[in-house]
Write a protein that binds this ligand. Structure first.
Ligand code: PAF
Length: 283
C-alpha cells in the first residue's frame, strides 16, 4: 500500500503509473468503520486500482461544530485499509488542499432549493464545503468510479450532480448504509455515544421504518403529522432525544405528496444529548 501525502506526489504517481488504469476512489474523513470499508471493498471489486483519501475537511464544518474534536486515528485507519487491500492512501495536509491560508478558495454556489432542505437547512455552508473538497479531490485523483455511503444521502445527490457537470468521466456510486445489529447506522460520530446511548439511538431507524409503513398504508403523505408522530415517539422513548427534522421526498429529493413505490425517501436528523445523528430510508 502506497501512502501519498501531497497533491504533487499524487500527480507524479498518476502520470507515471496510473494514467491508463481503471481507478476507484473512496474519499473519507478517516476514523474508518465497516461502512467505509464496504465502499473500499466495492471499489476493489470493480477497479484496477483503489485510492482512499483521508482528510478532515475544515470547510464543511460550521462554527460550533465538531471540526476540532472530530475523531482521528490515522494509524488504525491505515492498518484497516491495508488489510482490506487498498492500493493507495492519499492523506494531504490542509495547506496542500487549501493553499495560501484558504485565500485562493473558490466559493461554490448551490441552488437554494437544494440547501433549504434536510441537512442543508440546518448546516448552512456545509454543502458548499463538501462541494469544494469534492471538486478539489476529483480534479486531483481523476477516478473512473467513486463510492459514497447512502447514509449521507443529500451529500450523495449533490456529488452526483457535481460530477455530471464537472467530471463527466467520473461515475458516482451510492453504497447502502451499513448498520449495527440494533439497526443503528454506522458513523464515525457514534464513538461520541456510550454503549447504552448507541442502543437507544437505534430507535431512530426503528421509527423511520414505522413512518415508512404508515406512508405505504395511507399513500397520501401528511408531512406535518408524520414529523410530529416521529418526534413524539422518539421523545416517549427518551427525553435525551431532540429531533431536528423529518422530511419526505422522492429519491431525487423533489417534493411529493403521495407514495411512490421504491422511490420514496425519508431523511432525519436527531440529537441524542449533544450528538447529531442522521439516517434515512428509501422504500
Ligand atoms: O462523507 C464524508 O466523509 C465527507 O463529507 C467527504 C465526502 C469525505 C468530504 O469531505
Amino acid at each position: 500500500m502506497i501512502i501519498i501525502k501531497s497533491t504533487l506526489d499524487y500527480l507524479n504517481t498518476y502520470n507515471k503509473q496510473l494514467n491508463s488504469k481503471k481507478i476507484g476512489f473512496v474519499p473519507t474523513m478517516g476514523y474508518l468503520h465497516e461502512g467505509h470499508l464496504s465502499l473500499v471493498k466495492e471499489s476493489i471489486k470493480n477497479n484496477e486500482v483503489t485510492i482512499v483519501s483521508i482528510f478532515v475537511n475544515p470547510t464543511q464544518f460550521g462554527k460550533g461544530e465538531d471540526f476540532n474534536s472530530y475523531p482521528r486515528n490515522t494509524e488504525r485507519d491505515l492498518a484497516l485499509l491495508k488489510e482490506t487491500g487498498t492500493d493507495i492512501v492519499f492523506i494531504p495536509e490542509v495547506e496542500d488542499i487549501y493553499p495560501n491560508n484558504h485565500k485562493s478558495l473558490v466559493e461554490i454556489g448551490i441552488d437554494s432549493d437544494f440547501t433549504n432542505k434536510l441537512c442543508g437547512k440546518y448546516r448552512p455552508g456545509h454543502f458548499n464545503g463538501v462541494a469544494q473538497i469534492i471538486i478539489k479531490l476529483f480534479s486531483i485523483v481523476k477516478a473512473n468510479n467513486t463510492y459514497f455511503g447512502l447514509k449521507d444521502y443529500q451529500q450523495y445527490i449533490l456529488i452526483k450532480n457535481l460530477a455530471s457537470t464537472f467530471f463527466p468521466y467520473t461515475k458516482v456510486i451510492g453504497v447502502p448504509t451499513i448498520r449495527e445489529n440494533s439497526g443503528l447506522a454506522m458513523s464515525s460520530r457514534n464513538t461520541y455515544l456510550t454503549e447504552d446511548e448507541q442502543l437507544l439511538a437505534s430507535s431512530i431507524y426503528k421509527n423511520l421504518i414505522m413512518i415508512s409503513n404508515i406512508i405505504k398504508e395511507n399513500v397520501t403523505i401528511n408531512h406535518l403529522s408524520l414529523a410530529k408522530l416521529f418526534n413524539d415517539t422518539l421523545l416517549k422513548k427518551s427525553s435525551l432525544f431532540t429531533p431536528q427534522y423529518l422530511e419526505v421526498y422522492d429519491t431525487n429529493l423533489n417534493q411529493i405528496n403521495t407514495y411512490i413505490q421504491n422511490q420514496t425517501f425519508i431523511g432525519t436528523a436527531v440529537y441524542l444529548n449533544k450528538v447529531r445523528l442522521i439516517d434515512n430510508i428509501t422504500f
